[in-house]
Design a protein around this ligand. Sequence first.
Ligand code: CMP
Length: 141
Amino acid sequence: TIEKTFSIVKPDAVKRNLIGAIYQRFENAGLKIVAAKMLQLTKIQAQGFYAEHEGKPFFDELVDFMISGPVMVQVLEGEDAIVRYRELMGKTNPQEAACGTIRADFAISLRYNSVHGSDSPVSAEREIGYFFAADELCPRS
Ligand code: CMP
């Protein structure tokens, strides 16, 4: 099935001028960018986006990191896009990420891990809707 998934290029990657290199990974994998924008997240926006992690020991530092500079947010579309994008990213901790994945190649640490991706169809729907209105998605098939 053709799915949509939600992606963030995080502040550590934007600061190191890796937007293009990361977008290239998406396109090389056959994932199509159907919406994209650069944003400076507010604290409220970042806290709301990561609400499921509220109360965890890393929550405040995660939010501070995510507002430390601009991010790129995008919607990726393709066959089994949710699982395929997660494989392309590699494990959350770059030290555990497989060779050739985005996180193995670009991430600095568990916190500064360069990219986010939806972990399920329910998350993808919520996360896309959190940042994009329906009319901001461009059909490309
Ligand atoms: P992400 O996929 O954006 O989802 C939540 C983020 O929290 C995760 O990537 C990591 O950047 C961060 N994170 C998860 N676990 C930890 C941890 N144990 N310590 C610090 N940051 C974490």
